[in-house]
Design a protein around this ligand. Sequence first.
Ligand code: WTA
Length: 568
Amino acid sequence: MSNIGSYDERIKNFDWSIAEKELGYNNGNVLNIGWYCSDRICQLGKADKMALLWEDSTGREKRYTYNDIRLASNTIGTFLKDLGIGNEDRVCLFMDKIPELYLGFVGILKIGAIAQPLFSAFGDESLYVRLHDARTSAIITQRKHVGKVRKIIDKMPYLKHIIVVDHDGRKPLKEREIAFSLEEAEPVEHLEIFPTTAESASVLHYTSGTTGQPKGVKHVHYSLIAQYLSTRWVLDLQEDDIYWCTADPGWVTGTSYGIIGPWSVGATQCVQDAGFSAEAWYRFIEKRKVTVWYSAPTAIRSLMKAGEDLVRKFDLSSLRHLASVGEPLNAEAVVWSERVFGHPFLDTYWQTETGSIMLTNFPGMKIKPGSMGKPFPGIKATVVDAKTYEPITEPGRVGLIAFRPGWPSMMRAYWNNEATYQGKFKNGWYLSGDRSSIDRDGYFWFTGRDDDVINTGGHLVSPFEVESALLEHEAVAESAVVAKPDEVNMEVVKAFVALKPGFEPDADLELRIMNFIRKKLSPLAMPQEIEYVDSLPKTRSGKIMRRLLHAKEWGEEVGDTSTLEDDE
Ligand code: WTA
């Protein structure tokens, strides 16, 4: 049974104080997410309850109770504190999905520092721009990733500590590197929690835009209020659930709903540190008896591709509630999941900037497959006209998705980038940068992004970042990067490249350029196709007309190019 009740009941008399009361938080008091995710659950008498069931691709497993989480985060927190790290220092987590990533996150928050998780597949350039922008003080990483840090260390005098969690003593550590082993460290029974309050900074997530470098989205400890309540009401996490969030904490889903949500409600969650394989996923659900599963459309489409026969080889009867985020969830995927798992994936919509689920389908609500659902209680959402920023009242007309600012988990700033932050607000609304219509019943229907950012497999890639990196390749004179349609990932990166004189446009060079981007940025940012061109279409002022190339890829009407030129 769900703990939610009807949508209308929930929305009536809604107030965020519902979550404050449940969490025992009084306005103005100390509020620390790290404490809420560990010590508080122990104080509620659940110290011995399983908090984390972890395994890797070889089947090696580790288990942590809430008391283990409390001790491990105390131990990591104390280690950082002893290095001189404290209030609002940025500490980067740069690891695969190993336990230290989850426990380190909690430890960092406990000492009042800011957690800056970054996807471990990032290459040195992606890593550098994000550490440099944040002037990060310390990075926690693994042996296998430390080489990328060493490559850029000379450019980062502010990065004082590189903490290696699996140093085996075989190769000597280098400048500024220090070993920390959670297993060998003396567990710290008592750590004084830094007295963060609602507006103290907690997490810094980097997200990609169309122009400029990635933006650091600053969140605060008060975000807990919305993350906690949406975990209870949308993900419907209850006492006996075994929860699986497939997202990597390098992305916001993996922190808001892969750490903070499940642990603040005291649920048991499991983590699989392995690449995607349909068979391995089903085996994991069967073995762990997963009940609540939060995933993404690209994964669901990959499962659909793997076929129904595979599903039948496993006992997946433990599943009771499925949700999805990150990209448009097509109606077929909803219908398919209902047929094969006995439960539909419920679509949820939100962003790094919003910190928690904004538009959603609930248990207890009529689901319209293909729709993102309705606003979460307490969220005032609409679509506005792209020119006047006035709400559109006509059902079915497409506009820009807009939210009335003021929900608890809303970003508080783009790090060092006040102008871009202010630019997100128009006419009293926060503009998400996505387009949608709203039907007569108040359901939102996604139609697309309002910018050139590429959403590949649920991960945002900036064409600007890829173009900048391409220009660093010796053969590339100029480039334009756009999204290209893809059956599974929805979109993939495609680059148009004009070569410098003396370079041959052949397949070998294409591979070399692809690899160059994969290593520098990430596998996701790597172009899946490179089209050689003699020159790129430009506006009169010399800017490359990405949208013209985009329209061609998607077989769309190019329209009046003179207006395209004006817009660019
Ligand atoms: C897209 C991920 C369609 C959207 C939590 C948004 C979606 C961006 C959906 C945020 C959905 C997210 N349907 N599109 N249900 N959910 N998006 O910041 O374009 O990595 O602006 O946060 O993903 O991506 P981000």
